[in-house]
Design a protein around this ligand. Structure first.
Ligand code: BF8
Ligand code: SF4
Length: 637
């Protein structure tokens, strides 16, 4: 395929041409060659025991049940629950790492300092802890214990669910018997119920997926964001740069890729401390650049530039000017090592349970965070001299973007318009239709889809119709690359949305706010949920009543599906632009995607939100707009 059909990003296109000239395969080439298995892509292949794999034939011709008698609905629902469990386990493990780190910090065993004491206090109060008379470390220890209880307790429900869930949502989950007890228990239970001979009721399996979505949302997203803000600070608006042009020829370039900021933050700290060593090596300094969600974490809190997003993670290496790429976990393609082996770039893995054959492994634990980060940065510096000048080719384009829109920052910006009642101007604008509704653009890029094209096209369509957009994950990176995180992007917005964002921006000393507000990494979808909770509570309604939706046009990871399930459980419609691999079962498709009037049991009926699958971003925007208008009408707007 022509490189222009693979990515919208001209820098990525330039690197794809370079890769082809050098005979190097990338994810985009592999995606072009990979045929889609009809059974796997419809969810009808079961590999849950050694009698199988069993595959259900489409159209009623051929086997209609597995050897054990599992029908197609059971097989599809079971596979879906496994997917959601993988996503939730990733986020729960992320949160647990951070909770454990806070405990170590509180006990003086790890070299980090708590940055947001106020947030720590408010979380402690929310958890029902007595804060008076306690110093910060005592409080941090107690909060960490409360967090770790969410992986241990055997009765009741997770502390973080009670801390962050909206009361009306919790009421509904309780009524349906879906409240998770602890994350590890629910993950183990999901594994046990999806095993051969376990749960064979497709509706029950789908309800299990909702519980897993709650595990993801509370013991994954919310807990990670809350504790990361405590440890590293709550983000404030920052200006930063995007695209491969942020890689600089005269510098030691080190990219940070993965998810958990415990590593990323330390690498930035040590890059600052070792500048002299880089100069001794002949460079002008050290340039840390972000990839994927580690990139988001550093962008949000430190304004670190972002080189690229998921599908093009091999491209920074192809510039020939990347000394090292340090990774932790999730969304890291093993293919980066194959590309790196053609260059001087060193891939450095850091977690004992996430290694790549051929890569260097520098074990990163919170206790030895400083030593490990120092070693990683020194390795990058030492690689600077190993560059092959003939292989250097850095795309020059760079775009400017604003990020750092935590809920706290959004409220602060609104205070400049109404100090006493900050949410009022926003709610009024929604009520009078100047803002039609709000959509969170979330998730990934996927090498099977033209990179960035779905994310960008969908947002342009939404803002044209005066929908307020917030963004997270690699989808936010897509918007950053194409000017939609900058006030310039307002040229694509409808008049009333543009006016409001200009008024709020100017009250804050900016020309305007950007048409899309970057709220952070994928775990920071918790911030989106917090914003929805604040708006719903302000209006005295449930989240499901709000004229809002989520959209993930270029889905690739199971995490995106588990996050989506969390939002559907809250009654928020969620669009995906890539096949969620359930189409083999009409029952599962109907439960997840039908309107409540059209099928006896639907997530729309049980929770107020449904899954929307549409590959065409413009059509998807139309569907989302109609659902938003429907919810407006129900609210009497
Ligand atoms: O957690 S957006 S491609 S990097 S899964 Fe992965 Fe998707 Fe990027 Fe972040 Ni989220
Ligand atoms: Fe086949 Fe049943 Fe085993 Fe799945 S669990 S592989 S359907 S026999």
């Amino acid at each position: 395929r022509d490189v222009k059909d693979l990515s919208m990003d001209t820098g990525v296109q330039q690197m794809l041409v370079k890769a082809r000239n050098e005979g190097i395969d990338t994810a985009f080439d592999r995606a072009s060659k990979m045929t889609r298995c009809g059974f796997g892509s419809t969810g009808v292949c079961c590999k849950h025991c050694l009698e199988g794999p069993c595959r259900i034939a489409p159209g009623g011709k051929g086997p209609q049940a597995g050897i054990c008698g599992s029908n197609v609905d059971t097989i599809v629902a079971r596979n879906f629950l496994v997917n959601i469990t993988e996503g939730a386990a990733s986020h729960a493990e992320h949160a647990r790492e951070v909770a454990h780190a806070i405990l170590e910090v509180a006990e003086g065993k790890a070299p980090y300092t708590i940055q947001d004491e106020e947030k720590l206090k408010s979380i402690a109060e929310g958890l029902g802890l007595v804060t008076e008379g306690k110093n910060i470390n005592q409080l941090a220890r107690e909060v960490a214990h409360k967090a770790l209880e969410d992986f241990q307790k055997q009765h009741g429900t997770m502390n973080w669910l009670k801390l962050r869930g909206q009361a009306k949502s919790i009421e509904n989950w309780e009524k349906l018997g879906l409240l998770p007890v602890n994350a590890h228990l629910e993950i183990a239970k999901a594994m046990a119920r999806t095993v051969m001979g376990g749960d064979a009721d497709p509706a029950n399996l789908l309800l299990g997926a909702v519980t897993m979505g709650l595990v993801d949302g509370f013991a994954g997203l919310h807990m990670s964001t809350d504790l990361q803000d405590v440890l590293f600070g709550t983000p404030r608006a920052v200006k930063a740069k995007y695209r491969l042009g942020v890689i600089r020829e005269e510098m030691v370039n080190l990219s940070v890729h993965g998810h958990i900021p415990l590593l990323a933050e330390k690498v930035v700290e040590w890059a600052g401390k070792l500048t002299d060593k880089a100069k001794e090596a002949g460079a002008q300094g050290i340039n840390v650049v972000g990839v994927c969600c580690s990139g988001n974490e550093l962008l949000m809190r430190k304004g670190v530039p972002v080189a690229t997003n998921y599908a093009s993670q091999e491209m920074p290496i192809l510039t020939g000017a990347l000394e090292a790429m340090v990774v932790d976990i999730q969304c890291i393609m093993p293919g980066i090592q194959t590309v790196a082996s053609c260059y001087h770039t060193e891939i450095i893995t850091t977690l004992p349970y996430a290694k790549i054959a051929g890569a260097t492994h520098v074990e990163f634990t919170t206790e030895r965070a400083d030593e490990a980060a120092r070693e990683i940065v020194m390795r990058a510096i030492n690689n600077f001299k190993k560059r092959d000048p003939k292989k250097i080719n850095i795309p020059q384009e760079v775009t400017e973007a604003y990020a750092g829109f935590s809920v706290e920052q959004i409220v602060e910006a609104l205070k400049a318009v109404n100090a006493v009642d900050p949410l009022k101007p926003l709610v009024e604008a929604i009520a009078n239709g100047e803002i039609l509704g709000a959509v969170a653009l979330v998730g990934c890029t996927n090498p099977r889809v033209k990179q960035d094209s779905g994310n960008v096209a969908l947002v342009k369509e939404l803002i044209k119709n005066n929908v307020l957009v917030v963004a997270t994950g690699c989808a936010a990176h897509s918007l950053g690359k194409f000017g939609l995180l900058s006030p310039d992007g307002l040229k694509y917005a409808g008049d009333s949305l543009r006016n409001i964002l200009t008024v709020i921006g100017q009250a804050n000393g900016l020309p305007a706010l950007p048409p899309a507000l970057h709220m952070g990494s994928c775990v920071d979808n918790s911030r989106v949920a917090d914003l929805l909770t604040a708006l719903a509570n302000y209006l005295g309604v449930a989240i499901k009543d709000l004229p809002v939706a989520g959209s993930c046009p270029e889905t690739h990871h199971p995490k995106a599906l588990s996050i989506g399930t969390f939002f559907i459980a809250n009654g928020v419609d969620v669009h995906v632009g890539v096949d969620p691999q359930v189409s083999g079962s009409a029952l599962v498709v109907n439960v997840l995607t039908s309107d409540k009037e059209n099928f006896p049991v639907t997530t729309d009926g049980l929770f107020g939100g449904k899954l929307i699958y549409e590959e065409d971003p413009v059509k998807a925007a139309e569907i989302i707009l109609n659902r938003i208008k429907m919810k407006r009408q129900a609210l009497g707007l």
